[in-house]
Design a binder for this molecule. Structure first.
Ligand code: COA
Length: 266
C-alpha cells in the first residue's frame, strides 16, 4: 500500500490519499489549528466535493503538533463587525453539517487541543481516536460567548445534558482519558500510535462492502430522529435491499465458498 504525497488545499490544510482513505490535516501548529475564515471556507468546499467522490471510502481528520483544532480564530473575532461574525457562524454551521452528513465514515484522529469548533468537529465524526495528550472542551464561556457549531446540542445528545452543561458553563478542558471513560472515544493511544490506529480503523471500513457501510451510517443517523417502530422498519427495508444487491450475494457466497469477498459497491 503506497501513500500518495500530501497535496495542499490551503496553506493550513493538507490532504493525502491511501487506498481509498483520505487523510485531511489541519496544519497550523503556531495557532494550535485555530480555524480562520479562509481555512473554514476551504474545509467546507472540500467536504461538499468529497460527498460525491466515490474513490474515497473513509475520511480521517487530524491536526498538527499540540493542536487538533483550538476552535475559531479568536484574533479574527477581535474587531469583527456583527455581519462578519454572523457570516462566519453560518459558514461554520454549513461546514459541520456537511461533515456530519458525509456518506463516507469519518474518523477524528485527535492529536492535541480539540476546543470549541475543534470539539464540535469531533462531535460530527463517526469514530474518534485520541492521543493520550489530546484535550477537549468548549471554553467559549471564557470569552463571554457560547459554542455555535453544535457544541451545546451534539454534546448533550452524545453524552447527556449534565456533562454538556458542565463543560459549556464552566469551560473546563477535559483530558482524553476522561472522555474515554465517558464512552465518547473509540480508542485512546500513545501519540505515536494515533495515525496508525486511525488508519487501521479506516482501512477496515474501506475494505467492507461500500453500500452496506454507507447505509449502516445513514441508518444509525436517521433512525435517531424517528420513532423506534419506524426506525426498525427502515432497518429491515435497507437490509432487504442489501440482500437483493450484488454485494450482499457476493458476501454470502464468499462465506460459504470459504474465500474472501470481492465487493463492487452494488
Ligand atoms: N484562536 C487564535 N489563536 C489561538 C487560538 C484560537 N482559538 N488558540 C490558541 N491560539 C494561539 C495563541 O494565541 C498562541 O499564539 P501566540 O504564540 O502568537 O501567542 C498560540 O496559539 C499557542 O497558544 P498558547 O495560548 O500560547 O498555548 P497554551 O499551551 O498556553 O494554551 C490553550 C493552550 C488552548 C489553552 C489556549 O491557547 C487557549 O485557551 N486557546 C483558546 C481556545 C478557545 O477559546 N477556543 C474557542 C474559540 S471560540
Amino acid at each position: 500500500m503506497t501513500a500518495d504525497t500530501e497535496r495542499r488545499l490551503h496553506p493550513h490544510l493538507a490532504e493525502r490519499r491511501e487506498a481509498g482513505v483520505a487523510v485531511l490535516r489541519v496544519d497550523r501548529e503556531d495557532a494550535l489549528g485555530a480555524l480562520s475564515r479562509g481555512i473554514l471556507e476551504r474545509l467546507h468546499d472540500y467536504l461538499i466535493a468529497l460527498r460525491d467522490d466515490r474513490e474515497v471510502r473513509a475520511l480521517v481528520l487530524t491536526g498538527t503538533g499540540r493542536g487538533f483544532i483550538a476552535g475559531a480564530d479568536i484574533t479574527e473575532y477581535h474587531g469583527a463587525d456583527q455581519a462578519a461574525f454572523d457570516d462566519y457562524q453560518r459558514l461554520g454551521r454549513a461546514t459541520y453539517d456537511a461533515l456530519a452528513a458525509l456518506p463516507q465514515p469519518t474518523i477524528a484522529a485527535v492529536n492535541g487541543y480539540a476546543l470549541g469548533g475543534g470539539f464540535e468537529v469531533v462531535l460530527c465524526c463517526d469514530l474518534v481516536v485520541a492521543s493520550e495528550r489530546a484535550k477537549f472542551g468548549l471554553p467559549e464561556i471564557k470569552l463571554g460567548l457560547l459554542p455555535g457549531g453544535g457544541g451545546t446540542q451534539r454534546l448533550a445528545r452524545a453524552a447527556g445534558a449534565g456533562f454538556a452543561k458542565e463543560l459549556v458553563l464552566t469551560g473546563r478542558i477535559v483530558p482524553a482519558a476522561e472522555l474515554h471513560r465517558r464512552g465518547l472515544l473509540t480508542a485512546i493511544c500513545e501519540p505515536g500510535r494515533l495515525l496508525p490506529e486511525a488508519m487501521e480503523l479506516a482501512a477496515t471500513i474501506a475494505g467492507n462492502a461500500p453500500l452496506a457501510v454507507r447505509e449502516g451510517k445513514r441508518l444509525i443517523a436517521d433512525g435517531g430522529h424517528l420513532p423506534l417502530e419506524q426506525a426498525l422498519t427502515l432497518e429491515q427495508q435497507v437490509l432487504s435491499r442489501l440482500f437483493g444487491g450484488a454485494d450482499g450475494k457476493e458476501g454470502v457466497a464468499a462465506f460459504v465458498e470459504k474465500r474472501p469477498p470481492v465487493f463492487h459497491g452494488r
